[in-house]
Design a protein around this ligand. Structure first.
Ligand SMILES: [Zn+2]
Length: 474
């Protein structure tokens, strides 16, 4: 190569390097504004949400839908130029069967009448005989009442009739409302089984009463895997009223099957950092969903929101200093095996995990972020909050422990964790039901969601000062 040309080539490559550098503006407020506004103007995430929910549908662990979603997310992230790794995970493989309930006898029942109950098996439920079982129903409203009536439980179907507190949910306390309701779904059937119940039912944990059942995981012991189902709110109330009149008998048929563990994968897509590529900021949602609906809010919205972080930065030709790692977690709903596998394979690298974001509270309008950082780190987020304030998403709330489904292991190991603080007042209307479908997600809210996720991920990936492990003295 002639000397002059060589010089030109060197010059050109240094100009390219300089322009690549210019495309890494760090946490310059103007860059954060561009990220926010690019996300607010894009329906890329909404289109990916349609791909996942309309083309694939439900994605329960071990299902064909789950496998298809793994391929879809991996292909999409490869198209964006991310480095994709599929991390193998063994997941539970539970398959729903027939599920029917009928109130066959009660005081005052006219001859020839029985009443159908709307119900759905809980994940992990055992099975009745194929022809079902007949038993008397005992209705309780608390664990204390169950214990007080222990002598009545053997041979019976126990119904936990505990109302979801929509009043709390309407006022920003959907999380605690869900926690106090779902403890009966999670632990009630196991307690009833230990006391000799032949089956357990729970009132659906949700706030919109259109006679639909809300599924979810229940923790039964392997040696006492009784049939367990959620009944609609209306049917739980009916059963409660009938039981108050006198003995109530039910015919219950549930035929789910528990297969051997299946092969699955965490989808891990890295958008490499420029000068600190070994340092990781996770942005994530969970790939699996319950089987009744198409898991739009729970949690396709979280996955596409995380994927759209990379799409947004690609549109701007922005490269973060640290690596932004998009993860679509396997098996959050009925095992969190994906999160556990990641924790195990990264246990020697946790120090390089600077922060982790998971979106798993639906795509309601975002108000800001919940974060488990040390108190001394809160002030570092002021520039990010200033950029999010015009879209009403500047409420950054420090908590000791977020305890999200997939980040809790990383969080316990000291990785500062983040979760969008969103409007969840209607989230539990649809959560884990047949009605969690694409049409329930608001396009504008999803754009805001991406703006929050992308600007926060970017900010964390470029911070000068480390935010420190959350467990450091405050
Ligand atoms: Zn979820």
């Amino acid at each position: 190569m002639p000397r002059k040309l060589l010089l030109l080539t060197v010059l050109a490559s240094s100009i390219f390097a300089a322009s690549a550098f210019a495309a890494t503006p760090g946490n310059d407020p103007a860059a954060l504004v561009k990220i926010r506004d690019t996300a607010l103007a894009s329906d890329w995430a909404y289109e990916r949400l349609a791909d996942m929910t309309d083309l694939i549908g439900p994605r329960l662990s071990g299902s064909a839908g789950e496998a298809a979603a793994i391929r879809q997310v991996a292909d999409t992230m490869r198209k964006l130029g991310a480095t994709v790794t599929l991390e193998p995970v063994k997941v539970p493989h539970w398959v729903r069967g027939v599920e029917t309930g009928e109130l066959v006898d009660y005081k005052g029942r006219p001859d020839g009448v029985s009443q159908r109950v709307v119900l759905t098996a809980l994940g992990g439920s055992g099975a009745t005989p194929a022809s079902g079982l007949n038993a008397q129903v005992i209705v309780v409203r608390s664990f204390d009442e169950l214990k007080a009536r222990a002598a009545e439980v053997k041979g019976r179907i126990v119904l936990f009739d505990v109302a979801f507190d929509q009043f709390m949910a309407d006022r920003g306390l959907a999380g605690p409302a869900y926690g106090q309701g779902s403890q009966y779904r999670t632990n009630g059937p196991r307690m009833a089984a230990q006391m000799g119940a032949v089956a357990a039912l729970v009132r659906s944990v949700g706030g919109a009463n259109y006679r639909i059942a809300h599924t979810g995981a229940t923790r039964l012991d392997d040696n006492a895997r009784i049939p367990a189902a959620a009944v609609s709110v209306e049917d739980a109330m009916l059963m409660s009223r009938l039981a108050a009149r006198g003995p109530l008998a039910m015919h219950l048929t549930l035929t789910p099957q528990t297969h051997p563990d299946a092969d699955s994968f965490n989808v891990i897509a890295d958008f490499p950092g420029t000068d600190k590529p070994e340092e990781i900021v996770i942005v994530s949602g969970h790939l699996d969903s319950w089987d009744l609906g198409t898991g739009a809010h729970d949690d396709a919205a979280g996955v596409v929101g995380a994927m759209a972080v990379v799409d947004t930065l690609k549109k701007l030709n922005f490269r973060p200093r640290r690596t932004i790692r998009v993860i679509a977690w396997a098996n959050e709903e009925n095992g969190t095996r994906g999160a556990r596998a990641y924790l195990e394979s990264n246990k020697a690298k946790l120090e390089t995990h600077i922060a982790a974001i998971e979106s798993d509270n639906g795509a309601g309008r975002p108000f800001g972020m919940r974060m488990s950082v040390g108190a001394q780190a809160v002030k570092l987020f002021a520039p990010l909050q200033a950029v999010l304030q015009p879209m009403g998403a500047s409420a950054f709330r420090r908590e000791d422990v977020l305890g999200t489904g997939d980040l809790s292991g990383l969080e316990k190991a000291g990785v500062p964790s983040f979760a969008p603080l969103v409007d969840t007042s209607t989230y539990f209307h649809y959560h884990h039901t047949a009605a969690d479908t694409f049409d329930k997600v608001d396009k504008e809210d999803l754009r805001r969601h991406v703006a929050l996720m992308a600007s926060t991920a970017w900010f964390l990936a470029n911070m000068e000062e480390p935010i420190g492990r959350w467990s450091e003295p405050r």
